[in-house]
Design a protein around this ligand. Sequence first.
Ligand SMILES: C[S@@+](CC[C@H](N)C(=O)[O-])C[C@H]1O[C@@H](n2cnc3c(N)ncnc32)[C@H](O)[C@@H]1O
Length: 205
Amino acid sequence: MSSSFVSFSSAADNNKQHILNLLSGIFVDSGTVLEIGSGSGQHAVFFSKALPHLTWIPADRAEYLDALRDNIAAHAVGNISLPICLDVGIRPWPVKPVKYVYAANVVHIMAEDQVPDFFRGVGEHTIPGAKLCLYGPYKYAGEFTTPSNARFDEWLKGRDAESGVRDFEWICELALENGFIFVEDFNMPANNQLLVFQKNYAIEA
Ligand SMILES: C[S@@+](CC[C@H](N)C(=O)[O-])C[C@H]1O[C@@H](n2cnc3c(N)ncnc32)[C@H](O)[C@@H]1O
């Protein structure tokens, strides 16, 4: 499968089945999933094939869009929409309100000041009862879950001082400010988590 992706992530290949095992019990009802920061689109292709009751909208910033579009076109699956150009800092987002939002390895990559934009946008572009799933590493009470996550944080900051493993508590706070309550935190392979939130009220756009 790797050779048929213009860009390919081994990590996304390794974690996809573990994530699918959970998503299939979370994104249960039919509806539209907005995937923010789709990267290569491997997750979009794999999950949409496995979950035909969903319509999957892959999205990424302009510089990633050509490769993402090529990958999605090469793996055309009926329930994937054309990838959209979406930078969380540019609102309104070019999408109608959705039932589900998914983002893997995105909030620790984007600049710190874009993380509140991410949640504000999610709040503005989801329907009541919507679910949000975030995959990636987090800190708890200021502590990394493992020494390797601490080293990963250093590596991220060496690349871009604005990146970094985020505090679980901050993420929950931002979610709540935008209408989402924390529901569940699943431990995942390679010291990652899958955080699940659900929208319990609508905010003013
Ligand atoms: C490490 S990649 C993750 C790709 C894919 N989700 C995966 O798990 O393999 C991080 C992604 O976050 C996206 N990203 C970073 N800042 C963003 C922003 N401000 N708005 C939207 N996406 C952003 C990047 O463009 C990139 O696709």
